[in-house]
Design a protein around this ligand. Sequence first.
Ligand SMILES: [Zn+2]
Length: 270
Amino acid sequence: MNYIEPHGHMVSRTTDDYERMALAGCAVICEPAFWAGFDRASAQGFADYFRQITQYEPKRAARFGIEHYSWLCINPKEAEDTALAAEVMALIPEFLNQPNVLGIGEIGLNKNSRNELKVFEQHLQLAQDHQQLVLIHTPHLEDKRKGTRLILDALKNFSGLNPGRVLVDHVEEHTAGMVLEQGFWAGLTLYPESKCTPARAIDILENFRAEQLWINSACDWGISDPLAVPRTLQMMRQRGWTQAMIERVAWNNPTQFLSQSPKFKQPSKA
Ligand SMILES: [Zn+2]
């Protein structure tokens, strides 16, 4: 069955992983800008990274028939230096014209610091000014509830950003409700060690009838599984989910959210 990987950091993956994902039915991968395993020393490092995810990764994906899209920002892990953040954000408008760029992301908070919040708000302004979709990273573990509250509060000051065009990712049991109640989309990240296991993610999806939600593997520089999405779809089958409900999560929901960008081409299913 075809599926969409709506949040994968392919710069940290080998070409073999693209092949394995294609064999598992992956038709589309969306790559948010994030930490790449090390702190970059200058804005030039980010310019190269933006070229990598807007020009090189789409070609690597295309070898396996996968459409590749990306999102742009300076991630919260490297946003503590606000002068560097300003230089990187100044690079973004010229890259927004690239044909595979869907919006601003993944922005948000990592340690809930004052500087991170300031840079987060500057990105929201950029998204509002350029009418871009927004993809948001929420902090891990014990900081998640507090960070998610700060993020939702900050969003209230941006009336030009329609909640239906904003997705808050890495939600868990204690944060999914507050995100969805305010009209935002939410993402569940499937990690072998932290964040959600497939079983927990399926429980959350059942609680919210799988509406305005997507699942992703992140498949980043840390311990993660690029096949976490198809493995979770398989577990849904074993738990008696209907084919229509599985397709909603694997395909229809991400397509509905991403199609709000005119750059996103409706993918064809094999
Ligand atoms: Zn990510």
